[in-house]
Design a protein around this ligand. Structure first.
Ligand SMILES: NC(=O)c1ccc[n+]([C@@H]2O[C@H](COP(=O)([O-])OP(=O)(O)OC[C@H]3O[C@@H](n4cnc5c(N)ncnc54)[C@H](OP(=O)(O)O)[C@@H]3O)[C@@H](O)[C@H]2O)c1
Length: 297
């Protein structure tokens, strides 16, 4: 079995956490959203990924309402975009240093805390989605300067990066980076070199879209024949195989699969207990990687 825990930002967390993006699908069922997060904590989840712009603040509201200090859950949030309820998309880019500071303040307020454990700087350098244009093209050093200042002020505990390139990560290392959150899964491994650098540097690798995400057009782990075959032989689901492979792939991988479904939540946590023999691992390792660098908009 893989190690169930790993170090993260000065503490130890259970390697299977929870990503709160899918909570926005429960906006009209707030009680179900609260119950889902509560269930995650009962199952041992102590690392939750969120953002102010998930469901226009809904995810953060639910986390504030649900999580108690004694749950000791590490809530990791992100800056670089902001909710935009009236806009053409649900969020707008907010990359400028003043916008990053404002986003930290918004998250402090909506999560009901005076310190954010980890804040990911959500760049637009790589991965699926849009690329920055105009005044939203901001130098990484200027962004790290404001986040470092916020860390010095005690408003954030540690800094992570998201949608960053290998060069960007190398440049940011002196600032003290605790995690990288790029799109990555068994079927989409654009960033093996960056993962290796993170492993060597003791930086947590927290892939988003660990199953391929809900967005159409991206390769899906559960559609991969090799994944389905291994799942059938072990009597588990293809999603579980995809998550367990990530845990096997490197010791610094932390998972934040997103779900709005309590049964899927339980299955995702149980994936932490799955082991592969050498043949199954070789089959999965040999799956062809397809890029997730799909541009939208
Ligand atoms: N840094 C960034 O830019 C960024 C971008 C996107 C996401 N994120 C973070 O990464 C987290 C993970 O990404 P994600 O939630 O978009 O994608 P994901 O975890 O790859 O996939 C989520 C999709 O898989 C389904 N699913 C989850 N568990 C399943 C299971 N056991 N069996 C079958 N289907 C399952 C979910 O549907 P059901 O709800 O029906 O289970 C949902 O449609 C997010 O929650 C968010 O916290 C970060």
């Amino acid at each position: 079995m893989t190690d169930p825990t790993a170090p993260f930002a000065g503490r130890t967390v259970f390697r299977v956490g929870y990503g709160a993006l899918q909570l926005e699908r429960l906006r009209d069922r707030r009680e179900d959203a609260v119950a889902l997060v509560r269930r995650a904590v009962e199952l041992g989840v102590d690392h939750v990924d969120t953002a102010e712009f998930y469901g226009f603040g809904f995810a953060n509201d639910v986390l504030r309402e649900t999580l108690r200090p004694e749950d000791d859950v590490m809530v990791v949030t992100k800056v670089g975009a902001a909710p935009d309820p009236g806009g053409p998309m649900p969020l707008r880019l907010a990359q400028r240093p003043a916008e990053l500071r404002a986003a930290v303040e918004d998250n402090l307020r909506s999560l009901g805390t005076d310190r954010l454990a980890v804040v990911n700087l959500r760049r637009l350098d790589t991965g699926p989605g849009v690329r920055a244009e105009g005044d939203q093209i901001v130098d990484l050093d200027d962004q790290l300067a404001v986040l470092t200042a916020l860390r010095d002020e005690g408003k954030i505990g540690a800094i992570g990066l998201s949608c960053v390139t290998l060069d960007g990560l190398r440049r940011a290392l002196p600032a003290g980076i605790v995690c990288v959150q790029n799109a990555y899964s068994l079927v989409s491994r654009d960033d093996e070199d960056m993962l290796r650098l993170c492993t060597a540097e003791g930086i947590a690798w927290v892939p988003f879209f660990p199953l391929g995400g809900a967005m159409p057009g991206l390769p899906k782990v559960t559609e991969e024949p090799a994944v389905r075959a291994v799942a059938e032989s072990l009597g588990v689901t293809p999603s579980q195989v995809g998550l367990a492979w990530l845990l096997h792939h490197a010791p610094n991988v932390l998972l934040i699969p997103g779900t709005a479904d309590p049964a899927h939540l339980e299955a995702n946590v149980a994936a932490g207990g799955i082991t592969f023999d050498a043949a199954a691992l070789a089959t999965l390792d040999a799956v062809r990687s397809r890029s997730s660098r799909i541009l939208l908009g």
